[in-house]
Design a protein around this ligand. Sequence first.
Ligand SMILES: [Mg+2]
Length: 126
Amino acid sequence: MALSVLLVDDSKFVRKGIAKELPTILDGKELIFSEASNGNEALELLYVNSYDIVFLDLTMPEKTGYDVLESLKERGIKANIVVLTADIQPESEKIVRSLGAIGYMEKQRPLNREALMKVLQETNIL
Ligand SMILES: [Mg+2]
């Protein structure tokens, strides 16, 4: 079965990095890849589609990743969300997990392939 992934990040650089790495990690598994560059676009997609995994940036203009998690929670929508963040505040992981995120990954430049694999293993995607 193909793996459906939604990647939400306002940084084109981050989106490109993950889009490039994912197929190499999935090792031949078919990938259906969607992208959103802000929280509003992400919610429009998440209200109507379901994904095997959603990578969600926290810091985005207008609607943040926290806002997206809150909106999904309010509507009772469950999504397999892994938060991506460059912000290493110790409280942020606790907050996003309480809002329903299933994983948490620190963003590094360049993208840390091992961290991406680890989070996919932890969330039983790999
Ligand atoms: Mg951002």
